[in-house]
Design a protein around this ligand. Structure first.
Ligand code: AMP
Length: 229
């Protein structure tokens, strides 16, 4: 099958607190992508209490990455389950080892990544944003008290579940996650910037959410739908 005939997926990068997950959610809803978040797959595994979840739980809570094989195993399972749908991948690859794994999945699972999109936000801006983050423990939807508040205070727009802070959003763990991100993401972004210049796109993620969304759609070649309200 040629590259043009394969289903095209998109990969979104961004440091913790860049707004990447809110953006990925909105792009998925408005443009018919099926979103896969490896962080959410891991949190699901932890909630189920299975073997992978037990291994991952402590690492995540301390702000560390889980081993490549665990993230890759969950991702492969999920990619197979989603079949031929167009995927928006959030949170993978996060290490150079995972870059090679994704490349391998492209051939074994027969898809093509058409764009690697980086949402660039300075660490200090991301860190201050993370204090305002709230998540839905039921469906995983992500909100921000200032930048992306839920329609009704304190509850999820999608299923009315009361929103919570994430357990790994404490000040100490936030700083550690920024550090770990920088160490691992820099070579990954550099790899795509150098080796895939036509597929690698970077946008400024510090603007208001609607503007970042519009920039992301433009970078991905998607039409921007009018903002509701
Ligand atoms: P996220 O929801 O993307 O912020 O991810 C939450 C946590 O899950 C991260 O801090 C990591 O501990 C772990 N995680 C998510 N994706 C990966 C990945 N691709 N490789 C290793 N660890 C991951």
């Amino acid at each position: 099958m040629s590259r043009e005939e394969k289903v095209s997926h998109v990969v979104v990068f961004g440091r913790p607190g860049s707004g990447k997950s809110s953006l990925a959610e909105r792009i998925s809803i408005e443009h018919g992508f099926s979103a896969i978040r490896t962080g959410e797959l891991l949190r699901d595994a932890i909630r189920r209490g299975d073997e992978l979840g037990l291994q991952a739980g402590e690492l995540i809570q301390a702000g560390n990455l889980v081993p490549d094989e665990i993230a890759a195993a969950l991702l492969e399972q999920e990619l197979r389950a989603r079949g031929s749908r167009r995927i928006l991948l959030d949170g993978f690859p996060r290490t150079i080892g995972q870059v090679a794994i994704l490349k391998q999945f492209e051939s074994t699972l027969d898809f093509h990544v058409c764009c690697y999109l980086d949402i660039a936000v300075r660490p200090e801006v991301a860190t201050s944003r993370m204090g305002g983050r709230r998540v839905c423990p039921s469906c995983g939807a992500t909100y921000h008290l200032v930048n992306h508040p839920p329609k009704k205070e304190g509850v999820c727009d999608l299923d009315d579940t009361p929103l919570l802070c994430r357990q790994d959003d404490t000040v100490e763990v936030i700083e550690r996650r920024q550090h770990i991100h920088d160490e691992n993401a820099r070579p990954v972004l550099e790899y795509y910037r150098t080796n895939e210049p036509e597929r690698f796109k970077e946008i400024d993620g510090e603007a208001p959410f609607d503007l970042v969304y519009a920039r992301a759609c433009e970078a991905l070649g998607l039409a921007t739908l009018p903002t509701p309200g």
